[in-house]
Design a protein around this ligand. Structure first.
Ligand SMILES: CC(C)(COP(=O)(O)OP(=O)(O)OC[C@H]1O[C@@H](n2cnc3c(N)ncnc32)[C@H](O)[C@@H]1OP(=O)(O)O)[C@@H](O)C(=O)NCCC(=O)NCCS
Length: 395
């Protein structure tokens, strides 16, 4: 059987990277060798694995050491990416073996969560992943927000090139990581791509010197479109200031297109705003993020409701075992104590769905991801109430 090994630094160029252009880009392309070389620094801290046969790389997978907030606790998360197999070596189990190795390596390095954008979700569901809600795209003419301009709010919005505002941008992302369930922060060596490409404006809403809202965006031409990334804010004032800022672009651009969280309602931003809010889940072009727990420790100490349940985790080599989850103290205590509690059997994907707050126990059963009695469902619902993860922060 062919071996798996980790590659580092420039070695990636003639190993893992040989598979990237064909798998992920428009090919053939004259510039791709140079583009790959230029991208090396952005892979520096990645955990990159390859499968070799006869000295040639036939498959690869990598993980970016990121962080994610799960129910209020920030922890290391492995962002799995660049899973690719040479066309002649596909369907021989290479990706399957690479994923197993990647999980175990990243867990050894202290990553309790993993996330990825799937090409084929059922493959990853068998690996313990569950789909998270997709962000929405809101499109509207900026004059639809004109009514917001008549009011003077405390605070101000300033804008600058992201190259100059990069430190503010990173600091705000770090703050949201600590506050928002599901929020993801990539490591510095990847985040600097935003600064180096310098192809964005950054608008920051501040009050008393504190940043409370942030928006990165581009204007694609006079009368064209203002294309904004994620609408990020810590409170309603931050959002209102940024919406006022967008309103100021009336008749400069004809459309604003902006990414918003799954539980944002743009139709409530202003009276009679004409807005289209949409999302599309499609594979492999527009996949929702999937996430999983690599360790039960991810739940230890999480804020929770007053439930108490014994779970048996099955069909997963990392999580397999029996655990008592006790939330009667306000945070989850995990132990291997037996007896005296309602019991449920869960797959890793079932547990992950409950932990991220995107599945009700009934959904877990309906999707074949576990067996849960009515009593255990009641306890799980109290312990892990529904949450909407804000899976912002692409790598
Ligand atoms: C997707 C890809 C990485 C799979 O690699 P692979 O080494 O062939 O995968 P494996 O042989 O380990 O297959 C694992 C399982 O994935 C699923 N799978 C793999 N390729 C599939 C395909 N084309 N269609 C449907 N399912 C597929 C199957 O469930 C398969 O198990 P099975 O063969 O027992 O049915 C490879 O086809 C590839 O490089 N594609 C282009 C890039 C890409 O899409 N990467 C994934 C990004 S998340």
């Amino acid at each position: 059987m062919s071996g798996i090994r980790q590659v580092f630094g420039d070695e990636r160029l003639h190993t893992a990277f040989t598979l990237y252009p064909y798998a992920f880009n428009e090919t053939p392309s004259a510039g791709s060798a140079q583009e790959l070389r230029d991208s090396l620094p952005f892979h520096e801290g990645n955990h990159t694995l390859i499968v070799e046969e006869g000295g040639r790389t036939v498959a690869t997978a990598a993980a970016i050491p990121a962080h994610q907030n799960l129910r209020g606790t920030v922890m290391p998360m492995a962002a799995v990416a660049w899973v690719a197999t040479h066309p002649a070596a596909r369907r021989q189990g290479h990706s399957r073996r690479l994923m197993r190795q990647l999980h175990s390596d990243m867990l050894d390095k202290g990553h309790w969560l993993a996330a990825l954008y799937p090409f084929h979700p059922s493959f990853y569901e068998r690996f313990g992943y569950i789909g998270l809600p997709l962000n929405r795209t809101a499109s509207f003419p900026p004059e639809g927000l004109a009514s917001l301009l008549g009011v003077t709010l405390p605070g101000e919005v300033v804008w600058q090139n992201i190259h100059d505002g990069f430190d503010v941008y990173r600091a705000f992302h770090r703050r949201l990581l600590s506050e928002r369930h599901g929020f993801t922060l990539t490591p510095d060596y990847r985040a600097v791509r935003a600064r180096d490409s310098a192809d964005r404006w950054i608008a920051t809403a501040t009050v008393d010197g504190e940043v409370i809202g942030l928006l990165t965006y581009r204007v694609d031409g006079y009368g064209g479109c203002l294309r904004a990334d994620e609408l990020l804010y810590t409170n309603a004032l931050g959002r209102a200031l940024l919406l006022q800022f967008l309103a100021q672009h009336a008749y400069q651009v004809s459309q604003v297109v902006i990414t918003v969280a799954p539980d944002e309602f743009p139709e409530t931003w202003a009276t009679s705003l004409t807005v289209r809010t949409a999302t599309e889940s499609a594979f492999p072009t527009s996949p929702p993020l999937m996430g999983r727990l690599l360790s039960i420790d991810a739940l230890r100490g999480a804020r929770c409701g007053p439930g108490r349940v014994e779970i048996e985790l099955v069909e997963d080599e990392l999580l397999a075992g029996r655990y008592l989850l006790d939330g009667t103290g306000g945070t989850i205590a995990v132990s291997t104590t037996r007896g005296g509690a309602e019991t449920a059997t869960l797959t890793a994907a079932g547990l992950s769905g409950l932990a991220y707050g995107v599945l009700d126990p009934i959904d877990v059963v309906a999707r074949g991801l576990g067996e849960i009695s009515a009593g255990a469902a009641r306890e799980l619902r109290a312990l892990l109430p529904p949450r909407t993860p804000h899976a912002f922060g692409k790598g």
